[in-house]
Design a protein around this ligand. Structure first.
Ligand SMILES: Nc1ncnc2c1ncn2[C@@H]1O[C@H](COP(=O)(O)OP(=O)(O)OP(=O)(O)O)[C@@H](O)[C@H]1O
Ligand SMILES: [Mg+2]
Length: 430
C-alpha cells in the first residue's frame, strides 16, 4: 500500500501543502517545529481518524480556521483511490472517496493501512493503561473496521451505566433499580465481550512478532513478553496464592494505579475478587459468548462495591497489558534505550500482524517513523533501517540528516517552511 500524493488544507501549520510521495523510503528533513510531524500525523489520521498526539480534533485545524482537509491518492496493488477527509471539530467529520458524495468519515477506515511510530509511543510503556488499551483497540479497528462501532457502543453504555450508579449512590437498590441495572449489564457484556475478544486476539497475534522484533532490534537474549491483565481475572486476597498474576505484574499494576490516580479521568484498577476461576490463559481461549457470561458474573460479584463507589468496576475499560523482558517489568526497570526498543518492537509487531491479516500483493501498511532514529544507538539504527526497508512505502521524519541511515535517503524532502517543501539532492546532503 502506498500514497502517491498528499494535499493538506488548513491542517495544523499548513494553509496548503502538496507532496509527491514515492514507493519505498520518503525522508522528511527540516528544523524543529517546521512541520514534519504534522505531515506524518496527517497520513496516520487518514488511516485511523485519530491523531497520535491529541485526543480531540481541535488542534488539527489551523489556527483561526474552522475545518481542515487531508486528501491523498492511495494505491493498493493496481487499484487506486482518492481519499478525502474533512475535519470539523465539534461537528461530524466527513469523507469523500473517489470524488463521490460526502459520506461518514468512518467509511474511510480500512482503506489505507498505516503503522506509525513516534516519540509519544514511549507512553505505551510509561503512560497510563489507556494508552496500552488503545494499542490493541486501534489495531483491531484497522483490521476489522466494524469494531469501531462496537467500541463507541461500549463507551456509550458504560457512561450511561456509570450515570445510573451515581444517581443511586446513596440509595439501597430496589427491585426496579436491579432490573434497570441488569439491562445495562447485558448491553455492557454484549459490546464489552466483542471488544475483549478482539483485544485478546490482537494480543495473541502481537506476542510472537513483538518478541522477534525486540530481539532483532536489540540483539538481546531477553524475551519481550506481553500479558493481558483483565478485570475478570482472579485477584488474590490476603494469604491466598496468586495463580493468575505474578508478583512483577502486580508491581506493575501498583505503578499503573499511581499513574492513574494522577489523571482524574481514570479510576484505579479493581480490587474486588470477581471470578475466582478465571486466569489469563483461560480468557485467551474463551469464546465471545463465554466472555460475555464471565463479564455478567463479574458484574454480579462486583455489584456491592460498585454500589458504594458508583463506578463500573468490571469490563475492558479497566484492563491493561503487562510488558516484561523475561519476567522483569519494562516500566520502571528497563533503560531508556530498552524502553524505546520495546515500544518500537510493539509497533513493528503491529505492522507484521497487519501483513499476516492480509498477505495479498499491495496490502502492506505504510510504515511511518516520526523522529525515531535520533534516539537509537548505531546498531539499533542499522537494524531498524533493515526492517523498515521491507515496507512498500516508508515515511521517515528527522531534524538532523545524519541521523537517518544512508540506505533510506533515496528520496528525501526538505521541509523548509510551511509553504516550501523541496527535494534534497544527494549532493546537498554531502
Ligand atoms: N493548529 C495549528 N495551527 C497552526 N500551527 C500549528 C497548529 N498545530 C501546530 N502548529 C505548529 O506546527 C509546528 C509544529 O510542527 P511539527 O510538530 O510538525 O514540527 P516538527 O517539524 O515535527 O518539529 P520537531 O523536529 O521538533 O519534531 C509548531 O510551530 C506549531 O506551532
Ligand atoms: Mg516532530
Amino acid at each position: 500500500m502506498r500514497l502517491s500524493q498528499l494535499t493538506l488544507t488548513d491542517f495544523r501549520s499548513y494553509a496548503q501543502a502538496e507532496l509527491e510521495l514515492q514507493p519505498g523510503p520518503n525522508v522528511l528533513l527540516g528544523f524543529n517545529g517546521v512541520g514534519k510531524t504534522n505531515i506524518a500525523e496527517a497520513i496516520g489520521y487518514l488511516s485511523t481518524l485519530s491523531s497520535h498526539r491529541v485526543s480531540q480534533d481541535g488542534p488539527l485545524v489551523r489556527h483561526g480556521q474552522k475545518q481542515a482537509f487531508i486528501r491523498a491518492e492511495a494505491h493498493r496493488g493496481s487499484r487506486q483511490a482518492r481519499l478525502e477527509v474533512e475535519i470539523n471539530p465539534g461537528r461530524s467529520n466527513r469523507a469523500r472517496i473517489n470524488r463521490g458524495n460526502p459520506v461518514r468519515a468512518t467509511d474511510v477506515l480500512g482503506i489505507l493501512r498505516t503503522v506509525l511510530f513516534a516519540p509519544e509511543d514511549l507512553d505505551l510503556i510509561k503512560g497510563s493503561p489507556t494508552v496500552r488499551r488503545r494499542l490493541l483497540d486501534d489495531l483491531a479497528v484497522q483490521l476489522r473496521p466494524a469494531l469501531g462501532r462496537v467500541r463507541l457502543d461500549y463507551e456509550k453504555v458504560l457512561k450511561q451505566r456509570n450515570a445510573l450508579l451515581k444517581s443511586l449512590r446513596h440509595e439501597s437498590f430496589t427491585a426496579t433499580h436491579e432490573s434497570t441495572l441488569a439491562v445495562w449489564d447485558h448491553q455492557l457484556a454484549e459490546a464489552g465481550s466483542h471488544l475483549l475478544k478482539a483485544r485478546l486476539e490482537m494480543l495473541t497475534a502481537l506476542r510472537p512478532h513483538a518478541a522477534t522484533a525486540y530481539e532483532q532490534l536489540s540483539g538481546s537474549i531477553r524475551t519481550a513478553r506481553l500479558r493481558y491483565l483483565s478485570s475478570l481475572e482472579v485477584e488474590a486476597g490476603p494469604g491466598q496464592s496468586i495463580p493468575a498474576r505474578n508478583i512483577e505484574t502486580q508491581n506493575l499494576e501498583a505503578q499503573n494505579s499511581e499513574n492513574e490516580s494522577e489523571s482524574s479521568s481514570e479510576p484505579e484498577p479493581v480490587h474486588a475478587a470477581v471470578n475466582a476461576s478465571v486466569d489469563a490463559s483461560a480468557l485467551e481461549s474463551a469464546s465471545r459468548q463465554e466472555l460475555a457470561e464471565l463479564m455478567l458474573q463479574g458484574l454480579a460479584s462486583a455489584r456491592r462495591e460498585e454500589g458504594q463507589r458508583a463506578i463500573t468496576l468490571v469490563g475492558p475499560h479497566r484492563d491493561d497489558i503487562a510488558f516484561t523482558l523475561d519476567e522483569v517489568p519494562v516500566k520502571g526497570f528497563a533503560s531508556h534505550g530498552e524502553t524505546w526498543s520495546f515500544a518500537l518492537a510493539l509497533r513493528l509487531a503491529a505492522y507484521r500482524v497487519m501483513l499476516d491479516d492480509d498477505p495479498s500483493e499491495g496490502a502492506q501498511p505504510v510504515l511511518i517513523l516520526d523522529d525515531v532514529f535520533a534516539e537509537l544507538d548505531a546498531r539499533r539504527r542499522r537494524r531498524l533501517a533493515e526492517l523498515a526497508a521491507e515496507a512498500e512505502q516508508l515515511i521517515v521524519t528527522a531534524a538532523v540528516d545524519d541521523d537517518v541511515p544512508a540506505s533510506l535517503m533515496r528520496h528525501a524532502l526538505r521541509v523548509e517552511s510551511v509553504d516550501q517543501i523541496s527535494q534534497v539532492t544527494p549532493h546537498e546532503r554531502d
